[in-house]
Design a protein around this ligand. Sequence first.
Ligand code: ATP
Length: 349
Amino acid sequence: MLKIDGITRRFGDVTALDDVSLEIGQGEFFALLGPSGCGKTTLLRIIAGFETPDGGTVTLDGEDLLGRQPNRRPISLMFQSYALFPHMTVAKNVAYGLEREKLPRQEIKKRVGEVLETVGLSAHGDRKPAQLSGGQRQRVALARSIVKRPRLLLLDEPLSALDKKVRADMQLELKRLQNEVGITFVVVTHDQEEAMSLADRIAVFEHGHVRQVDEPVALYERPRTPFVADFVGANNLFEGTTGAGALLTEDFGPLPGTPLDGLEEGAKALLGVRPEKIRLVEAGTVAGGLKGAVLDVSFYGGVSHISVDVPGHVRPVLVAVQGASGVQPGAEVDLSWEAPDAVIIPGAR
Ligand code: ATP
């Protein structure tokens, strides 16, 4: 229903968006993910109407959006800083937009009541923003964004101002809320875990280009470019050239556990393998595994992370195991994985 077609935006000699096209479905929770400066906020601002593209079109249910003033678009934008009015009560903050549209008093009261209930703040309507916690303020901002019943809600780094614990709660809350109100949400974030936990689909941006659009699991398991693999976190990446049924690395020859997925021989490629897919055993137990020495072990309760120095490989290889690992720094180990658990990504870093 939201169709972004060939959007380009330049600032001097910086091309913030280069021919970006995306289609976002009705009721979808969609994330624009990428590092700082990749153009995601610029795209959000173009959709909202605060920025004009140099080329391309944006339509909502087939209607052109770019020709309309921001306040004539059926869209709400929730900013990073919630921009609540400090002197107004929660209820007044939420009612503000409806009052400006001169809706009947009774209608405003009813809608504000409903929306405060939806965000779990019915008991806080008379408070001022300063009397609320960070998470509650965020809910007020959300309530204010949805009370006008937009067709599309744009959220710019909505959780970045919250501390870690509140953030995890709010992630769940946002998802529940989106389900309940059925509005299409487009969220901008640089945090891959946040994007994965919130969104139905994610577009990964790099330097003004969309590199991959996929569901979280597909993105995690099948990154399609070296950048996406790096950013979304196929944490262990080995570089080489495909040949003779394996990835040939400069450092340690053919890599065991290579899926070739129909790649041509002689092509440059990366092999990505997730930390939890690597089997780590005492040295000398596995034939053909990679040999290394444990550098560091961190225990996180449910999982342990073990970093292993593999001679010839630039970065330590990261291994994740359930519970306590039972290995100590300095231990000599063998690492291996099954070919179907690894991914081959055409290209080089
Ligand atoms: P962040 O998460 O840091 O906001 P972003 O991915 O949202 O990053 P944008 O803010 O969209 O990135 O910026 C994309 C590029 O365009 C950057 O190189 C930025 O410096 C540039 N840019 C954005 N707005 C302007 C502007 N008004 N004038 C000049 N350059 C701009």
